[in-house]
Each structure stands twice: as C-alpha cells, then as structure tokens.
Design a protein around this ligand. Structure first.
Ligand SMILES: O=C[C@H](O)COP(=O)(O)O
Length: 245
C-alpha cells in the first residue's frame, strides 16, 4: 500500500498540531486560525500558539475536542529551571492542555547534562500528570545523531510525553534522519513516549515521510493522536485543498 493510501489527508488532519507562532500574531489571527480548525473535514489534534493567546484559543475552540498547546522556553532553549517552571505554571493557569518546551540544548551541547535535565524536570513537575509535555530537542542545532540520541534519553528518563524535533525557528528543522534516531529511542523504551515532527513541514508528502517512519518502527496501531503529531504552520491549507478535491 502506498503512503497516500495509508495516510489519507483526513487522517493526517487528525494528527495535526495546527500552529501559529508568529511574533506578530494577534487575537484576531488566533480566532481566525481556530475558526478554520473547525473544518467540515474534521478537527486537528491541537492548535499550538504563544502563551499570550491561550485564552483566545480556549474561547474560540470551546465545545470542540481540539487541545490548546503552547510553547515554553521558546524558541531559545535557555537553561533557567525556575523560569521554565514559572512559564509552565502560567500557561496551565491560562488554560493550556499541552506544553511544548524547548530543551536547554546548549547546556547539553556543553556536556552540562544536569543543567539540561533540571529544566526538563522543572517543566515536568509543573505539568504534573495531567498536562502533556512535548520536549522540543532542536535536533538541527544538536547536529550529531549521538547528541540527538542523548537528548532523547534525557527526555525519556524525565518522563516526557512526546519527543518533538524542532521549533521551526532555526535553519535546520525536522529531518527524516533526526526523526529516525528519535523513533529508535522511543521504540527501544517500548513506545510509551510519543513523537512530534515539526518545523518546515509544508506538504502532505513531507508529512507522510514521518508517518511512514513512525509506522515502520512502532507499528500501525501506534500512530494515533495520543502518540504521533505533526506540528506545522503551513500544512493545513494543503490538507484542505486535498480534502476539498
Ligand atoms: O512548533 C512547531 C513549529 O514551530 C512549526 O514550524 P513551521 O512554522 O515551520 O511549520
């Protein structure tokens, strides 16, 4: 079966974190994004927006099952655990269901594993068991498969809910090579952690590359919104175009 048949546009839509992380986003833009999310073809898994727009998104999505995801320590990936905890608590108080936190990846690059881990632990503690934590590794900046694997192990040890590739704000974002390393790490721990490909994914063909990689390593049943997401700001229009025929 081809990836087009395995992963039709309607299925991809249900796995989408519909993203708007523009510096100039306004409440009107977020309302419009959430209005579009209520498409006749089905709902995305989540919208992903800056923390200042959580309330707007919550209101605009009321009555739907679409989760409100937001970003913390974004996009820089700083290494201040207290700031990370504070941002996380505020986002949850404002109504976020899911937190996409950037790993203090420079600390990891500098071999300060404890500092990087402290940031993730702070976010995990602030999330508690009820809020999904997606750890953004910024794989394009980590660079080597060894460092990407080390970042995966750090996140898995800390009990994050998803490993996510990228912020979309650096020159190298999601790549199939980085995704393969991440999916291998997730599979080696029994597939309990999810995976989110994000950053530079613009077409259905791009999305299907990551879906196929995940299915090959973790199985067809594993690929559902509880464990697999595509984060993208530019894919939605391509999906609707396909669904509209
Ligand atoms: O967190 C998700 C990414 O920011 C989305 O990146 P993108 O704008 O390249 O689709």
């Amino acid at each position: 079966m081809s990836t087009t048949e395995l992963f039709p546009a309607a299925r991809v839509l249900g796995l989408l974190d519909l993203t708007s992380l523009g510096e100039d986003d306004t409440p009107a833009r977020i309302r419009s994004l959430c209005g579009a999310a209520r498409s006749a073809h089905g709902l995305p898994a989540a919208v992903c927006i800056y923390p200042e727009h959580i309330t707007t998104a919550r209101e605009a999505l009321a009555g739907t099952a679409v989760k409100v995801a937001t970003v913390v320590n974004f996009p820089e990936g700083a290494d201040d655990p207290q700031r990370i905890a504070r941002e996380t608590r505020r986002a949850i108080a404002a109504g976020a269901d899911e937190i996409d936190m950037v790993l203090p990846w420079r600390a990891l690059q500098a071999a300060d594993v404890a500092r990087a881990r402290a940031g993730v632990d702070a976010c995990r503690a602030a999330c508690g068991p009820g809020i999904a934590l997606k750890l953004i590794l910024e794989t394009g900046e980590l660079g080597t498969p060894e460092l990407i694997r080390q970042a995966c192990e750090l996140g898995l040890d800390a009990g994050v809910d998803f490993l996510k590739t990228s912020t979309g704000k650096v020159s190298v974002n999601a790549t199939p090579e980085a995704a393969a390393v991440m999916l291998d790490a997730i599979a080696a721990r029994g597939g309990r952690c999810g995976f989110k490909a994000a950053g530079g994914i613009r077409t259905l063909a791009d999305a299907r590359i990551y879906l196929a990689l995940a299915q090959a390593r973790l199985g067809a049943d594993w690929v559902d919104p509880a464990r697999f997401r595509i984060g993208a700001s530019a894919l939605f229009d391509a999906l609707l175009a396909e669904l509209d025929g």
